[in-house]
Design a protein around this ligand. Structure first.
Ligand code: SF4
Length: 178
């Protein structure tokens, strides 16, 4: 097991003191830098920053950051939610560490597509079949991994096949591991 103990801290984000949503971080007693390229290889949508020795990832409505001695999550309601969220992330790191011999580490930095790049490839009918009021709202949620391509039924109609293929190349959907 890589991480055996940690201290949990829940706090208001410094840029938004008094906010209803908090941020949380687990302060670690071990350096997890070595596992970051393995997480980069297995977490869809992760962005590895080798020079900063950090990896960022969107999981549901949370922005997650893995650093050498710290794992942080945004947007937690309270301490109970924070404990559960951070425990899940610690377990994820430990599981990845145990399986690292079977994973090809990935040292590349992959950028997430912008919502505008996604929007340009959507049918742009604002038909609302995805449950969103506009295609641009859908693009914002797809960029944040809160929606999937299958949630837009029009994309699977024959006239949009080129757009679908292009979107499949750039879109980063829900995390593969979590
Ligand atoms: S279902 Fe597709 S085309 Fe319709 S509003 Fe949603 S994203 Fe746009």
């Amino acid at each position: 097991m890589l991480i055996e103990q940690y201290d949990l801290e829940v706090f208001s984000p410094p840029c938004n003191p008094g906010a209803e949503r908090n941020a949380a971080r687990a302060r670690l007693t071990v350096d997890i830098s070595e596992i970051l390229p393995y997480l980069n290889a297995t977490l869809r949508g992760a962005v590895y920053h080798p020079t900063a020795n950090a990896l960022t990832w969107k999981k549901g409505g949370h922005n997650i950051a893995f650093h050498a001695y710290e794992i942080a999550s945004s947007n937690v309601e309270d301490r109970e939610v924070a404990e559960k969220e951070l425990k899940g992330l610690i377990d994820l790191v430990n599981r990845t560490w145990e399986c690292r011999a079977e994973i090809q580490p990935d040292f590349k930095t992959r950028q997430r597509p912008t919502s505008m790049a996604i929007y340009k490839l959507l049918p742009r009918t604002n038909c609302k079949l995805c449950g969103e009021p506009t295609c641009y709202t859908f693009a914002l949620k797809l960029a944040a991994s809160q929606k999937k391509l299958v949630d837009c039924p029009l994309l699977f109609e024959p006239q949009y096949v080129d757009k679908l293929v292009a979107l499949e190349k750039i879109a980063i959907e829900a995390p593969a591991v979590g």
